[in-house]
Design a protein around this ligand. Structure first.
Ligand code: NAD
Ligand code: TYD
Length: 377
């Protein structure tokens, strides 16, 4: 496989996937297709932009004619599809944009891949459409007795003092879809279309569902970069509800490594869950973030605790997400590489060392948007 189209490559996870592929596979031509919405930022890829095996194309995945043209022009053999609207809070105020991009955009890309591949002499042979999805499509789990699955990873995902599970249930690849937010409903719909293209037309597709990612280059509307930035600026830290919701956190480079492995070794038509067995209650995670930022800024311990501000809960706020990723470990040997505290320290350090990156994003229109979102709570 030679020509790989990565969509959403100027976003958070996409930029890590593009970087990994461009550096690791000099024989591949990596075409990064991104509309550069508010979430897309070419500054995320400064270090690889002049590599000979890299091309950036600005385009909208909803533009079917343009998707057909790009598939043909670059003779695309494989698609790794990450482009999406990705923030739950935005989906609550603007669900149409989520249906348009995540559902219609994915459909347009699928159809463009299908028509182009069918027009080549080898047809679907050696082709792959790999769709990146989320654990949120499975719905929400309850907080029950913390008697879950022991982490199977030798690289323990979190420190020994921390609970690895907040309940008995986990999302499996076979768990029935039950999305609650407009974001997860749109992602679930796109996942169904991807599988339908395999089942109906025999197109080689793959879907992976990953838990919450954290790390460098994440847009600062998501919990971890938002809080790091607000601590630095001495702004309130808006904790939704009681801060008791639980998420399973994975370092973004570990997700990118999983995508690389699955793209090359995964079985067509399969689904793989990706997660760290690393569950945290929001408020506990927030305290780790505060402690780490204060330490790295040279503040006394507890200095920024006063910024914690409990605010109205998110509408329909899913209580707990927890991924069982043992299939990926068993079948392809993937494991996360970092312990959580190590990953958080690396992440906080990156945001503090790259204040220009974050200041460029948070000035101007975004500042106004954020103030408005916050004052509506
Ligand atoms: P992001 O919002 O940081 O990036 C999305 C990218 O898609 C941006 O660069 C944006 O410009 C681009 N884009 C948006 N609409 C487009 C369009 N119409 N045409 C072309 N490009 C468009 O998102 P992310 O957090 O990097 O997530 C990437 C993918 O991974 C998404 O599909 C998301 O659902 C999935 N995912 C994310 C997480 C997470 O924790 N962030 C977890 C699991 C799965
Ligand atoms: P987020 O980063 O938006 O990811 P997701 O909603 O996809 O899990 O939020 C992570 C958790 O943090 C989620 O339970 C909502 C909560 N949260 C806050 O408490 N305050 C905030 O300002 C944000 C953005 C999120």
């Amino acid at each position: 496989m030679k020509n790989i189209l990565i969509t959403g490559g100027a976003g958070f996870i996409g930029s890590h996937v593009v970087r990994l592929f461009v550096n690791k596979y000099p024989d591949y031509h990596i075409v990064n297709l991104d509309l550069l919405t508010y979430a897309g930022n070419l500054a995320n890829l400064k270090d690889i932009e002049s590599k000979p095996n890299y091309t950036f194309v600005r385009a909208d995945i909803c533009d079917y004619a343009e998707m057909q043209r790009i598939m043909k022009e670059y003779k695309i053999d494989g698609v790794i599809h990450l482009a999406a609207e990705s923030h739950v809070d935005r989906s609550i105020v603007d669900p149409f944009t989520f249906a348009r991009t995540n559902v219609m955009g994915t459909l347009s890309l699928l159809q463009a891949a299908k028509t182009y591949w069918e027009s080549t002499p080898e047809g679907f042979e050696g082709k792959l459409f790999y769709h990146i999805s989320t654990d949120e499509v499975y719905g929400a789990l309850e907080l029950t007795d913390p008697e879950g699955i022991e982490s199977p990873f030798t690289t323990t995902a979190s420190s020994s003092q921390h609970h690895l599970a907040f309940g008995r249930d986990f999302f499996l690849e076979t768990t029935k879809y039950n999305p609650h937010s407009p974001y997860s409903a749109a992602k679930a719909s796109s996942d169904h279309f991807v599988r339908a293209y395999h089942d109906t037309y025999g197109m080689p597709t793959l879907v992976t569902n990953c838990s919450n990612n954290y790390g460098p280059y994440q847009f600062p509307e998501k919990l971890i970069p938002l809080f790091i930035n607000n601590i630095r600026k001495r702004k309130p830290l808006p904790v939704y509800g009681k801060g008791e919701n639980v998420r399973d956190w994975l370092f973004v480079e570990d997700h990118a490594r999983a995508i690389d492995l699955i793209f090359h070794k995964g079985k067509v038509a399969e689904t793989y869950n990706i997660g760290g067995f690393n569950e945290w209650k929001n408020i506990d995670l927030i305290r780790v973030v505060i402690k780490t930022v204060d330490k790295l800024l040279g503040n006394p311990e507890g200095y920024s605790d006063e910024l914690i501000t409990y605010v109205t809960d998110r509408k329909g706020h899913d209580m707990r997400y927890a991924i069982d990723s043992r299939k990926l470990q068993r079948e392809l040997g993937w494991e996360p590489s970092l312990q959580f505290e190590e990953g958080i320290e690396k992440t906080v350090k990156w945001y503090l060392d790259n204040q220009d990156w974050i200041d460029n994003i948070t000035s101007g229109d975004y500042e106004k948007y954020y103030e408005q979102m916050y004052s509506n709570r």
